[in-house]
Structure formats: C-alpha cells, structure tokens
Design a binder for this molecule. Structure first.
Ligand code: FE2
Ligand code: FE2
Length: 189
C-alpha cells in the first residue's frame, strides 16, 4: 500500500508511476534545453523564422538537384567518367534531402517553397565541378547553423534529420574535391 490507499501493482499505481516517469522525462528534456541555451547563449528562433530558413535550404536542395541532373549528363572527358556516375547518385540524394526538408517545413506549419536558387551552367567540365563544390561548401555551412538553431529551439527531431543530411553533403564535398584533385575546402563556421 502507498499513500492515498493505492495498492502497489494496481492499475492506479501503474498509471501514477507512468505519470511520474513522464514528468521526469519532460523535466530532463527541459533541463537539456536550458543547459544548451546556456552553452550557446542563443535565443530560440520562432517557428516562422525556422520555416523561412528551411525554405532557403529547400531552394538550395532544388538547385543541387537541377545542377547534378544537368552536370551528370553534360560533363565531358574520360577522366570524368567516374564522377559523372557520382553526380547522378548525388542528384537522387539531393531529392531525398528536399523531401525531408519539405516534410519538416510542413510539420512546423509552413509551406514548402517552389523556386530553386540560381543554377550556374558552363560548358567547361572543371568549372561545373567547382560550382558544385562551392554550393556544397555553402550548404554545409547553412546546415551547421540550422542544426544549432534546431537544438536551441528544442526541435531535436529536426536536428536529427539535418544531421543525416549533412553527413551526405560532406560526402558530396569530398567526392567533388577528389575529382578536382584538391583538398576539401574549409567550411568557415
Ligand atoms: Fe542536399
Ligand atoms: Fe549535396
């Protein structure tokens, strides 16, 4: 018997125990948010602000899809055969990123944007790879910011989605840098 005449093991006792555990979980999540904000000293974004930033990310994903579709089919030269295949694979991955970001925008109550960032085109194969490299470098920088912002907001599911995406963006950057025979560039933040 516990306080209030509730018998240990009874349905009421199990219910009270679940409520208690739920409160413990909520408190630990709340403390985690406070601790993270204390570490970063950042003010959480509103949902509207996050939607606006995610729509910028989505526009960059559309840009990447278009660029990789075009570049994978127009890049010329025997030395670029392998990277042409990689670029085609990147196009598919960028589409999956766009779907993931659009899903998060919808979850936050926003509407996914319909226009891509500008896609640069060149007849020079190396120039195309350099455009892609710079786009990936900028994309990674933006996702690093977005992960931190999502954490400060306590949007841990969003931050997990962004972490999954950033892993692939870093692989894209590495693929492009090795095709160009250079080291992967610094991201800058
Ligand atoms: Fe992407
Ligand atoms: Fe990418």
């Amino acid at each position: 018997m516990v306080a209030g005449g509730i018998r240990k093991g009874s349905a009421s006792f199990v219910f009270m125990e679940k409520c208690f555990m739920h409160r413990v979980l909520l408190r630990s999540q709340w403390l985690e948010r406070i601790r993270y904000r204390g570490m970063t000293n950042e003010t959480p974004l509103s949902r509207e602000q996050m939607v606006a930033l995610l729509n910028e990310d989505l526009a960059r994903e559309y840009q990447a899809i278009i660029a990789y579709v075009i570049y994978s089919k127009t890049i010329k030269g025997a030395k670029y055969t392998d990277i042409a295949r990689e670029l085609e694979a990147h196009a598919g991955e960028e589409l999956s990123h766009a779907l993931l970001i659009a899903n998060q925008i919808d979850y936050l109550g926003g509407t996914p944007i319909s226009t891509p960032k500008e896609v640069k085109i060149s007849s020079d194969s190396e120039a195309m790879l350099r455009f892609d490299l710079e786009n990936e470098r900028q994309t990674i920088g933006h996702y690093r910011d977005r992960i931190r912002q999502a954490e400060v907001m306590g949007e841990f599911a969003l931050s997990e989605v962004l972490r999954t995406i950033i892993v692939q963006e870093q692989e894209h950057l590495t693929d492009l840098a090795s095709a160009l025979g250079i080291d992967a560039p610094e991201i800058g933040n």
